[in-house]
Design a protein around this ligand. Structure first.
Ligand code: S3P
Length: 179
């Protein structure tokens, strides 16, 4: 676990905690557990977007395309009304478009849940129906796709306040890191 800078919350409470990382890294699972430990609200920006447009992300992608999705997810990030303290799970691509990562770090702190392409592929192999970018990719082709995307995305993910090893990260550890 490493800390990218010395930014620490000085007021009581932890403010907004954004969990970022590739699809399948465990943002939602960890986010729910962390929020429940802290007694904070858990928010999932993918779910907020789906509720706003009244359809799931896979359908939104196929009807409107990726560019429209990226604009919308950035608007959802910036226009959602957040409570003072919350744990927020973000879509895997969100930190890598527009100034989203800068916005995240200006409004709270972020944790990058880091995992290798092989581990991500193992987790995602049977979890692809809701994820339009991964459709039709299996086995070695899935690992190669994740490897390439992760190389593109890591420079953005690595702007996170904290970088955590996704293999050993627990809600307890995340809490200790953030306090
Ligand atoms: C995406 C990740 C998904 C979702 C969309 C695009 C991406 O979120 O936002 O399918 O570009 O990595 P999860 O990371 O929650 O699966």
């Amino acid at each position: 676990m490493s800390e990218n800078n010395n930014q620490k919350d000085t007021h009581s409470g932890l403010g907004l905690i954004f969990l970022i990382g590739f699809m399948g890294c465990g943002k939602t699972t960890l986010g729910r557990k962390l929020a429940s430990r802290l007694g904070y609200e858990f928010m999932d920006l993918d779910h907020i977007l789906e509720a706003q447009v009244g359809m799931n992300i896979a359908d939104y992608f196929s009807i409107h395309g990726e560019d429209a999705f990226r604009k919308l997810e950035s608007e959802v990030l910036k226009q959602t009304v957040y409570p003072k303290h919350a744990v927020i799970s973000t879509g895997g691509g969100l930190p890598c478009f527009f100034d989203n990562m800068q916005w995240i770090n200006a409004h709270g702190r972020s944790v990058y849940i880091q995992l290798s392409p092989k581990t991500l592929a193992d987790r995602l192999e049977h979890e692809k129906t809701k994820r339009p970018l991964l459709r039709d990719k299996y086995g070695e082709a899935l690992i190669a796709f994740i490897d390439e995307k992760l190389q593109e995305r890591e420079p953005f993910y690595k702007k996170a306040t904290f970088i955590a090893n996704g293999l050993s990260l627990t809600a307890e550890k995340a809490e200790a890191l953030l306090k």
